[in-house]
Design a protein around this ligand. Structure first.
Ligand SMILES: Nc1ncnc2c1ncn2[C@@H]1O[C@H](COP(=O)(O)OP(=O)(O)OP(=O)(O)O)[C@@H](O)[C@H]1O
Ligand SMILES: [Mg+2]
Length: 477
């Protein structure tokens, strides 16, 4: 590669990357600075090249300069957060990685790669300030951010009902609650319902996604910062202080750096913590709710979650199953969302036709309830009649329905005798009715319009032939 790209080309490339890059020689003089670094720091490249670092940045010294530190120690510094004000008064926040530059094994300089996080930082500071304003007065009447209650959780699935009743009990006590489930299964819904059902409902509800911020900023956001804690830092409370007396929801907790998880464990154990750079220990009373989209124990095994934190957090763990694993919830949710969008869009949709319903029942719902909600909303926005039909559904669902239809018809037409094909179809109808009713034979019989006893004997036969098939398969092995 380097036979193709000479120094000039390389500097053109480096001018177009989206991180700032600066290189100093062993004396501490600037030998390279790409355009983004110059822009970030408000410096003029031509005027600065060859000058000493501390001459270009008067606020830097041997103690606080990471480039200088690497020059002295030869040890890389990864993801170090830095906030500073340029001589033009611009506030900049970067996350820097500083590496030694070696030639033939000898240290000859240091380079720094700076990722600009000013926009994210400014936004998160705004959020914290706003939240502080909202909850600043001790007599806050209600938390505006948590609007869902247990009544909004629609389900008749046995596992979900268990999770719901556990959550209701968990709302009454202060223990932390951990919720895990795939995307769109209702974790946020549960979290808000827990807050609103408990004694803290009139106190703040603060939610923070741990994957949404660079790891190095998260600590300051959660625990607050102190003036002088690092270059340019200010005195600012973090979300723990803002949520005092209320609930803090940490989403995607498995994305939190392990070191920070240790600090979190300490707050859980004795309610104490320190702002970044502070020596003073503070005390808070916060109910901690956490969520992950993988099984927490798996997160521990993958090294994403500290096991000591896991054991502290998992006193109450709720699992929200995927929608494919609780298809009996689909009809109820569909009805709920039709009602919701009828109200919102001033429509009068009555329901779905059979083909559309069957497509919804058979689809595998990778986006779970959120996807189902969007599908109903999308269909209701497009349709003209009073009933949702297969044509109103997204292509992906129509395709899944057609493929399923093709595979059953090709089996029936070409390979199987009619009696067997009809028996298969009947079995499929019965399975579907049993799924929809959550295994309730009486209700399934009503749905299929057949006597309960007939259904029972058909089910028995189905199970017998299933186990015969299984043991036949077993004997082949
Ligand atoms: N049981 C339910 N009853 C009614 N609505 C539900 C239910 N579960 C989910 N929803 C709807 O689906 C949307 C997505 O749910 P939620 O935001 O709680 O998912 P999540 O598990 O937090 O997903 P993610 O991991 O992607 O953040 C909610 O806004 C809500 O409208
Ligand atoms: Mg969520």
């Amino acid at each position: 590669m380097f036979s193709l790209i000479d120094e000039k080309n390389l500097s053109i490339i480096l001018d177009h990357v989206s991180d700032g890059i600066q290189i100093i020689d062993i004396e501490g003089r600037l030998v390279f600075c790409n355009r983004l670094a110059a822009m970030l720091d408000d410096i003029n490249i031509e005027n600065s090249l060859g000058k000493h670092l501390f001459e270009i940045y008067p606020s830097l010294d041997e103690e606080n300069s990471t480039l200088y530190k690497v020059l002295r120690t030869g040890i890389p510094i990864y993801n170090h957060e830095q906030t500073f004000t340029t001589y033009k008064g611009k506030k900049v926040a970067t996350v820097n990685t500083t590496l030694p530059v070696r030639k033939n094994g000898h240290l000859v300089g240091a380079m720094e790669i700076s990722h600009d996080v000013s926009a994210v930082m400014a936004l998160s500071e705004k959020v914290v300030t706003l939240q502080n304003k909202m909850y600043g007065s001790k007599d806050t009447t209600a938390s505006d951010d948590a609007h869902f209650t247990f009544d909004d959780i629609i389900t008749r699935n046995a596992r979900m009902l268990t999770a719901k009743s556990m959550a209701m009990r968990a709302a009454r006590i202060d223990s932390p609650v951990m919720i895990w489930g795939d995307t769109g299964t209702g974790k946020e819904l549960f979290v808000q319902a827990i807050h609103n059902a408990g004694g803290r409902k009139k106190r703040p509800f603060i939610a923070q996604n741990c994957a949404a911020l660079p790891a190095s900023l998260l600590e300051g956001i959660l625990f607050g910062t102190t003036k002088g804690g690092f270059t340019g830092s200010t005195d600012r409370p973090g979300l723990f202080e803002t949520a005092d007396g209320g609930t803090l929801f940490l989403d995607e907790i498995n994305s939190m750096p392990l070191e920070l998880q240790g600090k979190l464990l300490r707050v859980l154990q004795d309610g104490t913590f320190r702002r970044v750079g502070d020596t003073r220990t503070r005390h808070v009373d916060v109910k901690l709710l956490t969520a992950t989209n993988i099984e927490p124990l798996e997160a521990v095994q993958l090294g994403m979650l500290r096991s000591d934190l896991y054991y502290r957090l998992n006193t109450i763990t709720l699992h929200l199953p995927k929608l494919v694993d609780r298809r009996d919830d689909i009809p109820l949710l569909v009805e709920h969302f039709i009602r919701k969008f009828n109200d919102r869009l001033y429509l009068n949709v009555m329901g779905l036709d059979e083909a559309a319903f069957s497509a919804l029942m058979r689809y595998d719902w990778p986006g779970n309830v959120r996807e189902l909600e969007h599908v109903i909303e999308g269909a209701m926005g497009m349709m003209e009649g009073r009933e949702i039909t297969l044509d109103d559904l997204p292509q992906s669902l129509q395709r899944a329905a057609r493929e399923r239809h093709r595979s059953t018809t090709s089996e029936t037409n070409t390979r199987l005798p009619m009696v067997t094909a009809l028996a298969n179809l009947e079995a499929e109808y019965i399975e579907e009715a049993m799924t929809v009713t959550g295994g309730n034979i009486t209700r399934a019989a009503e749905l299929l319009e057949m006597p309960r006893q007939t259904l029972q004997s058909k089910l028995k036969k189905m199970r017998e032939s299933e186990s015969a098939e299984n043991s036949a398969a077993g004997s082949v092995k």
